[in-house]
Design a binder for this molecule. Structure first.
Ligand code: BES
Ligand code: MN
Ligand code: MN
Length: 462
């Protein structure tokens, strides 16, 4: 892989410039006003795949935003790695909190990234990360050092729950046939302690609507005698967790996997310094489920959070009103053996049970996905570990992440293969937040690590 590494070094500036072009396109999947931009981004990705030497590049239509596909089959008797990523991004709001416009990428040094980081929406999640694969492929291909077949599947709906991709996998099972799936859409624990993500939590995202009076009422004329949907909704939400930080939904923990003391001990080797952790997010104290560490609370234990709440008057000044309706969006992060369907059911029943008879309550599931765990005994894990250890020149540990990538469990279910999550970001990269960024060091470390993964994965012994 010596020539590959040299090629990467030589093409460093172009590798940055090309990524900038992708980052300039506001491919916001959630907002239909950006539909054309999403298409434009798919085109650009397809273009880059072609230019990097990928064959059979196509833009595949789905019910939603298109999937970009490409492959390079050098020998059908060689193993095939399927690389997955997403070219859609989260909405950049609130715009006022960005130092510079979100779709005008620029490089700036930070204390964590003394070598500079690329600031733009999508830089770390996930354009910068899937682009590492295209550029690593280009380098391997150009130098004749590609050791196996590769397929690319880069979708445009990950940030809205990969709603069309399950269907796409089922319909294209043969075309997507592979030996493993490789994804860079997560982060390492830190630059001093590189990790391979061995777990993702599942997700169940719900919306609640509480309806009280049939119209907004004067809060003086009616106040004191009628149910207020906002008050009631707040009470419902407050009741979803008890004083020990446990979720109160009946039967919520029934299927939750019990992680052995041994594994818990092992995972807690990654130690969060609570002071640093709190300081980084501006908190005086943390809270969560009693009996578990912060690391455990955000990986092997489920969580429930209100993501948004609205209703009544929120404009300037004061308006005296009892609103007719109030709404909330609630996400639950799931862990192994919990299923979306089961959780949706239990949650809906529980909300209906605790809601007072004075209001009407609707509970609607939005989207979700299953958790995923990659055993540390697999060839996939061991190859990724070896590749990272070589490129970082440091020991690598497994790390179960709290985030979700709903499609991972479907890759396993539909294609019957393991998924390796070799993300190169950092948890400080401000994913989904203003001033999202991706370290240049991380970007090039990724481009250098990927060929090593290919090398170890295709060799006999790892
Ligand atoms: N790349 C993230 C998930 C992620 C980030 C996992 C860092 C682990 C570490 C992905 O794009 C994402 O944002 N997923 C969403 C779920 C999706 C259905 C909107 C999430 O986790 O909230
Ligand atoms: Mn992502
Ligand atoms: Mn995301």
């Amino acid at each position: 892989m010596k020539n590959t590494l040299e090629y990467i070094k030589k093409n460093r500036d172009r590798y940055i410039e090309e990524l900038f072009e992708l980052l300039k396109i506001p491919s916001i999947s959630a907002d239909s006003a950006y539909k054309q931009e999403v298409l434009k981004c798919a085109d650009k990705v397809a273009d880059y795949l072609r230019k990097s030497g990928v064959d059979q590049v196509e833009i595949c239509q789905t019910k939603g935003h298109p999937v970009v596909y490409g492959e390079k089959i050098i020998d059908t008797s060689f193993p095939t790695v399927l690389m997955y990523g997403h070219y859609d991004v989260q909405p950049p709001d609130p715009l006022g909190l960005w130092d510079r416009p979100p779709f005008e990428p620029y490089i700036k040094k930070t204390p964590i990234h003394p070598g500079g980081a690329i600031f733009a929406r999508g830089s770390a999640d996930d354009k910068g990360q899937f682009f590492m694969h295209i550029k690593a492929f280009e380098a391997m291909s150009a130098t004749g050092e590609l050791p196996c077949n590769i397929k690319f599947i880069i979708e445009g709906e990950e940030e809205i729950g990969s709603v069309s991709l399950g269907d796409f996998l089922t319909k294209n099972e043969e075309k997507l046939a592979c030996d493993c799936v490789l994804v860079s859409d997560t982060h390492i624990y830190s630059l001093d302690q590189p990790t391979i993500t061995t777990g993702l939590r599942g997700l169940s995202y719900m919306e609640i609507e509480v309806e009280g009076p049939n119209r907004d009422l004067h809060s003086g004329l009616y106040g004191g005698a009628v149910p207020n949907p906002i008050n009631i909704l707040c009470k419902i939400i407050a009741e979803l967790k008890d004083e020990n930080g446990r979720i109160t939904v009946d039967g919520f923990y029934d299927n939750v996997e019990v992680v052995s003391d041994e594994e818990r001990k092992e995972m807690n080797k990654l130690k969060d310094d609570p002071k640093k952790y709190k300081k980084a997010i501006g908190l005086k104290a943390l809270e969560g489920e009693r009996g578990y560490t912060t690391l455990e609370r955000t990986s092997i234990r489920p969580a429930l959070d209100c993501n948004g709440i609205w209703g009544g008057y929120t404009g300037e000044g004061a308006k005296t009103v009892i609103p007719s309706k109030a709404f909330a969006k609630i996400s639950m992060r799931l862990v192994p053996n919990q299923t979306e369907g089961e959780v949706v059911d239990k949650f809906t029943k529980y909300i209906k049970k605790i809601a007072p008879a004075s209001v009407k309550v609707k509970v609607k599931p939005m989207h979700g996905g299953l958790p995923y765990v990659l055993p540390v005994t697999t060839k996939e894990y061991l190859s990724a570990k070896k590749a990272m250890e070589r490129s970082f020149n440091k020991g690598v540990l497994p790390y179960r992440s709290g985030g979700s990538i709903p499609i991972t469990s479907l890759f396993e279910k539909i294609l019957g293969v393991k998924v390796v999550l070799m993300g190169l970001g950092l948890d400080t990269d401000a994913l989904h937040s203003p001033n999202e960024h991706f370290g240049l060091y991380n970007y090039f470390k990724g481009i250098e690590t990927i060929p090593l993964f290919f090398k170890y994965y295709t060799s006999e012994d790892v």
